[in-house]
Design a protein around this ligand. Structure first.
Ligand code: KIV
Ligand code: ZN
Length: 544
């Protein structure tokens, strides 16, 4: 155990995916896991394998396909792949079966310890809780050398009872003890005190790694996590962009940059390659449809923008006047080359490589270059932000079951908005239809619905300009909820309840209606792929 290194445990694919609407399919989870590996995450909680055959499959494939990657990782080790399990043998066995192919794997099991949870949720007393911890942690340890135990709702548990429970967890074989502030209730002072108290009072504390797991209900998740680190925790449980249940989890980028920017305060290392932060944030936002607020620390669009004249003046004189971190440190690049319609494929590729997109396939590069040329025809200058929007739109997309060929709308304050749409279908055939709507976007969506014949509810729609200026391209993000159907329910391990899944989609274009139509098709393609994925998992399970 290196006392000077903080391990990053990323739970974007588990707690993060529990955010309403952040549904990810298996391929997207694998892509995100690969990027987390590039970023230098130490432990990746890949999911909750008992939740459904699809969740099991996603964790198993991440363990198999991502669990051995070491190239470029600061730690020189592959990520540990963890699977979550409630404290019962069925869940634990299932988690183990999903992660065991990874060279480094972990079972993460949890049981609530607060009186509120024991009485109302679990309906057991403290004694039964301790017995269950001993039985299930021992069982997990009989399968796997790396076992994490979390006393759920530790933030509201009796500290003395926690000491008792954690002492038994250590004796039963836990190697990491994670202290969740499940409902985001504590303050930094209280949370730091709790971690210090548990480390001081629990026999065997120095044989395990102590971990923080904070939720952001009071906006204190990062502060609590850092207080926990200062009190001796050496693992932090975090998500990209802070996504997660309700107000979300502690965000990885905030903790990583606090450690990086304030070495005198923390004097601790991590294996995170901070230059991969922006890219990871964009990928997670695109795949989950969770738009990052512009003023979000580190990864928000305004995080490095200086608007006020006095700030700009100071920045020109000396960057340190108003800047505590360099944008390059988090992977934000400034264009040295101006790209326009005369720029060729080579210049485009070089620019992409400079921006960190150095592992695109030939097909992705070709598609991105084609879009770049289309945009360059319409805009004078294509900026880095535009290029990033093109990549997000072209690359971070589900497989295209339906593809948009053309869309034409007519609208205004004297006519009924009308859209005619041409799509290419699953077998490569072309379909056309037209529809009226309350506005141009509604008309476009109605025309698409007439062709595809699915029914769903649009639950969220947002459109943002990629850059400043009247010629700015637009990025649309939407969320739809299928009216019904199998495979469209997730399962929340903490509430023990299924929840209705929603599907997000995103699209970018120099035309807002086209961006909106692309976003809609992206969400529909995700929904249709989830149905197919579910049907095939069910068929395989029936055959087995
Ligand atoms: O917030 C929480 O308590 C959790 C546990 C499952 C670790 O996510
Ligand atoms: Zn949590």
């Amino acid at each position: 155990m290196d006392k000077d290194t903080v391990l990053f445990f990323d739970t974007t694919l588990r707690d993060g995916e529990q955010s309403p609407g952040a549904t990810l399919n298996v391929e997207e989870k694998i892509e995100i896991a690969k990027q987390l590996s590039h970023l230098g995450v130490d432990i990746c909680e890949a999911g909750f394998p008992i939740a459904s055959p699809g969740d099991f499959e996603a964790v198993r494939r991440i363990a198999k396909e991502v669990g051995s990657l070491v190239e470029g990782r600061k730690s020189g080790q592959p990520m540990t792949i963890a699977g979550l399990a409630r404290a019962n043998k069925g869940d634990i066995q299932r988690a183990y079966d999903a992660v065991k192919v990874a060279p480094r794997h972990r079972i993460h099991t949890f049981l609530a310890t607060s009186d509120i949870h024991l009485k109302y949720k679990l309906k057991i007393d403290r004694e039964e809780c301790i017995e269950q911890i001993i039985e299930t942690v021992s069982f997990a340890r009989s399968l796997c050398a790396d076992v994490e135990f979390s006393p759920e709702d530790a933030g509201r548990s009796d500290p003395d009872f926690l000491v008792q429970a954690l002492t038994e967890a250590i004796k039963a074989g836990a190697t990491t003890l994670n202290i969740p502030d499940t409902v985001g209730y504590t303050t930094p002072e209280e949370y730091g005190w709790l971690i210090r108290h548990l480390i001081e009072k629990t026999p065997g504390a120095d044989t395990v790694i102590w971990s923080t797991h904070c939720h952001d209900d009071l906006g204190l998740a990062t502060a609590n996590t850092l207080a926990g680190v200062q009190a001796g925790a050496r693992q932090v449980e975090v998500t990209i962009n802070g996504i997660g249940e309700r107000a979300g989890n502690t965000s990885l980028e905030e903790v990583a940059m606090a450690l990086h920017t304030r070495p005198q305060t923390f004097n601790l290392n991590s294996h995170i390659d901070t230059t991969q932060i922006t890219r990871t944030s964009r990928m997670v936002s695109a795949y989950t449809g969770m738009v990052v607020q512009p003023n979000k620390a580190i990864v928000g669009a305004n995080a490095f923008a200086h608007e006020a004249g006095i700030h700009q003046d100071g920045m020109l004189k000396n960057q340190q006047t108003y800047e505590i971190m360099r944008p390059e440190t988090v992977g934000l690049t400034e264009s040295r080359l101006v790209l326009g319609k005369h720029s060729g494929r080579h210049a485009f590729r070089v620019r992409l490589e400079d921006m960190g997109y150095d592992n695109l396939s030939q097909a992705e590069l070709n598609a991105a270059f084609k879009r770049f040329k289309e945009w360059a025809d319409k805009k004078k200058v294509v900026t880095d932000a535009d290029i990033e929007a093109i990549i997000v739109d072209e690359v971070y997309q589900p497989p295209e079951i339906w593809r948009l060929n053309h869309i034409q709308v007519s609208c205004g304050d004297h006519s009924m908005p009308t859209a005619s749409v041409s799509l290419t279908g699953p077998e490569g055939e072309e379909y056309q239809d037209a529809a009226l709507g309350t506005g141009p976007v509604d008309a476009a969506y109605q025309a698409i619905n007439r062709i595809i014949g699915t029914s769903n509810k649009l639950t969220e729609f947002s459109i943002n300009a990629v850059t400043e200026g009247l010629d700015a391209a637009a990025e649309a993000t939407i969320r739809i909820q299928p009216d019904s159907g199998d495979g469209e329910h997730g399962f929340n391990p903490q509430t023990n309840r299924p929840f209705a899944r929603t599907f997000s989609g995103h699209g970018a274009s120099t035309d807002i209606v086209v961006a909106s139509a692309r976003a809609y098709l992206s969400a529909l393609n995700k929904m249709l792929a989830a149905r197919e994925e579910q049907a095939s998992v069910v068929a395989q399970t029936a055959m087995a």
